[in-house]
Design a protein around this ligand. Sequence first.
Ligand code: SF4
Length: 479
Amino acid sequence: MQEASIGLKSKSSAIGRACARFADFLRDHAALLRKLQWGIVVIYLLLLIVPAMLPLPDNAASVFNNLTIAAQFAFWGIWWPFVLVSMPLLGRSWCGWLCPEGMLTEWASERGRGHAIPKWMRWGGWPFVAFALTTVYGQLVSVYQYPLAVLVVLGGSTAGAMGIGWYYGHSKRVWCKYLCPVNGVFSLLAKLAPWHYKVSEDAWRESLSTDQRVIRIHAVNCAPLVPLRHMKGASDCHMCGRCSGYRDAIALTPRSPEAEIVHVAHGDAWQTALICLGLMGIAVGAFLWSASPWYVDLKQAIATWLIDRDIMWPLADNAPWFILTHYPEVNDSFSWLDGGLIVAFALGAAAAVGGSLYLALWLADLLAPMRPAGQDGKAGFGGLHKLAQALIPSAGVGVFLGLSATTITLLQHEGMGTGWVRPVRFTLLALAVAWSLRLAWRVLGQRGASLLRRGSAWLVFAAGLAPFVSAWVLFFAVW
Ligand code: SF4
């Protein structure tokens, strides 16, 4: 198989040939990649477990002299924001090359029971539900601050990955495919990647009809269960390289970062929910509540109302640390009222920001509706969910800005000047929104609508982004 990938590569550009050679290298050095992944696992477990056994750091502790702060910086200052950035730059290479959970679930699956994947696990709503629950729970237990919370959130996810891997599938990443809380987010962002494993249907067919069948070729173990022959984009692929050159029909190939959203992705209701209500709604609320004076005002008003009526239990901060933040030794404990308001803030942001995005998508789709079904009975390009895919750059940058706020806070604590931060934030936000608007214009252009209808739909789409942009302006410039 190693020598079989010549046909597809020879038709490509120099960059294409370099990509394909790189993918062949990955394929031929899987054992080396596994060793690298074990190295990451060791570092990950060290940063996950040891800080949870240490006392909480005092105010003088720094990233250079305290393992807890160093782990906090590694997880929330570097790891998460830049894993997110890697998705539109490299596709899901993080998942295939470095992710400790992906590697551990596959490793467990190689040794496990190999049961069939149950129907409940294939439910399309998991990416949205898992992301929403993890995001809100992370805020309730202050996962960005406390190592015990990190141990529960990340460690729980790793334990789940290993358990699912051990029980289901043979040498597969069933967890990553169906239940990983960030699988949906990564799938969306990878659609912007400038490369993907391209499948030539013709070459595949040819490989079946020629005498290559005689010399055939081991089946490829695609751990995240991508149907190789019909793979059209980068969403589900972990970029491991194992299928590079398979049947002389698959090669890592450069592409336009807009190609998948404009020409391939159709979207569906759950992806739209994840984009509008999850990434641009619940996540925005989760990032903003702690900076919001509205939160403080509302909490005071409700607390006063409760005290006047002698209803005291919501003000008690007696929940254990794995339900609500509870660290009396550093004077940081959430009351039941805090917990309820954080959930309400996240849901309120989903309703306000996500709701206006839904309304805008619906109206834009009415103004420039999808093409009628073709003679083959298949619907043309279009629909609300297709248009929602254009929001992916804005949604991704929103989450990056929220996560990198922790990076900035930690850098400030280390004494680094942060005067450059605000202009960089607004530049990133402006570029992402501009990219979403450009994608929307291109998607709407496929609908055969008049210029007036296309322009009106585009303006409505743009207006729908206003609450999302306003939320970040409040966070970075007003509050
Ligand atoms: S399609 Fe599967 S086997 Fe091929 S590179 Fe992606 S994850 Fe690996």
